[in-house]
Design a protein around this ligand. Structure first.
Ligand code: PLP
Length: 361
């Protein structure tokens, strides 16, 4: 098998141990003679799979008992609509911080359901930093306050979580969930598409404080209502069974690695190797403000589009895959999620050094 490192932003690298376990269990899930994909979602095996996945997640994230964990289809983007449908129901107003494409998409959806107040944005500087927030600009009567904790495309990450007082804080954690410990009690709702740090695409994880469930009018479709998922333990209809199984294996892998504290330590170590090199390099640089740099997504540029293209092409031939930056920003981006081993980052930096030597400006 080709030895490669996959730096894709998503769908992204999964832990090898998890993929091996899934392969081992593919034809015969723990002696039942069937694949997980063939199991009834109401049978005892799958019931055990979904309950164990939730229990392990609760344990590693320290999710308080007054929060529900929901497994929902439609990826993170469906949450951009589901959140306003369920929460923008009292004053029909929400505050947003605009830190990139995923904020913008969420804002566009929310506008279909009510008034959006953008309290801060870094758009003029191509989203290269997390804007400072002025609480005086926060709406006193917002139904919720929406942030994107890690901006996958621009490589920025909140280092402190804003205090929104009594206004429920909603966080899109698609690209940094499980990368470090987080105090769930600071949030009203946390959501994440699975394909960055959790498992297969299509599944979204929603962690929601119980008092925020049941605020939607009964006229919204059942499958868009958090209450329906909560009351039916995410089994109102057939859930994405295999994706939930894979997510459960990833949660267990994280636990076996030592939990979120261990993830954070390793992620900091990996990111430091790359950022230190970028600081020292005469060819490559990071376009992101130092204090807001993401541990998960690291964009970098040479300033020369042709050289960028040459770099990604040559890197790919060396087994360093999917380093092209997002189509909206160009350059390169290395996504170094939980499952990216430190060896992968070291191999990338070695290659960058070599490329720099061969392409002196
Ligand atoms: C990838 C991503 C999304 C979109 O996820 P889908 O599952 O494709 O809808 C939303 N927000 C953030 C921060 C992301 O990284």
């Amino acid at each position: 098998m080709a030895n490669i490192y996959n730096f894709s932003a998503g769908p992204a690298v999964l832990p090898k141990e998890v993929l091996k376990k899934a392969a081992d269990e593919m034809l015969d899930y723990r002696g039942c003679g069937m694949s997980v994909m063939e199991l009834s979602h109401r049978g005892k095996e799958f019931t055990q799979i979904i309950e164990a996945a939730e229990a392990t997640l609760r344990e590693i994230m320290g999710i308080p008992s007054n929060y529900k964990v929901l497994f929902i289809q439609g990826g993170a983007s469906m949450q951009f609509a589901m959140i306003p449908m369920n929460l923008m129901t009292k004053n029909k107003k929400a505050d947003f911080v605009n830190t990139g494409e995923w904020s913008k998409k969420a804002i566009a959806e929310a506008k279909k359901f009510g008034t959006v107040n953008v309290v801060a944005t870094s758009e003029k500087e191509i989203f290269s930093y997390i804007p400072k927030l002025d609480p005086k600009k926060f709406s006193k009567d917002a139904d919720y306050f929406h942030i994107v904790t890690n901006n996958t495309i621009y490589g920025t990450e909140y280092k402190t979580i804003p205090d929104t007082g009594a206004i429920p804080l909603v966080a899109d954690m698609s690209s940094n969930i499980l990368s470090a410990p987080v105090d769930v009690s600071k949030f009203g709702l946390i959501f994440a598409g699975a394909q960055k740090n959790i498992g297969p695409a299509g599944l979204a994880l929603v962690i929601i404080r119980e008092d925020l469930i049941g605020r939607a009018p009964d006229t919204i479709p059942s499958l868009m209502n958090y209450k329906v998922y909560a009351e039916n333990k995410s089994l109102y209809n057939t859930p994405p069974c295999y994706a939930i199984y894979m997510a459960g294996l990833v949660f267990q892998w994280i636990k076996d690695q030592g939990g979120l504290g261990a993830m954070k330590k390793r992620n900091e170590e990996k990111a430091k190797i790359l950022y230190d090199f970028l600081e020292a390099s005469k060819l490559f640089r990071s376009p992101v403000a130092k204090e807001d740099r993401s541990l998960m997504n690291v964009p970098f540029v040479t300033g020369d589009e042709k050289l960028d293209a040459k770099f990604t092409e040559e890197a790919s031939k060396r087994g360093l895959k999917t380093l092209k930056g997002h189509r909206t920003v160009g350059g390169m981006r290395a996504s170094i999620y939980n499952a990216m081993p430190v060896e992968g980052v070291k191999a990338l930096v070695e290659f960058m050094k070599e490329f720099e030597n061969n392409n002196k400006k």
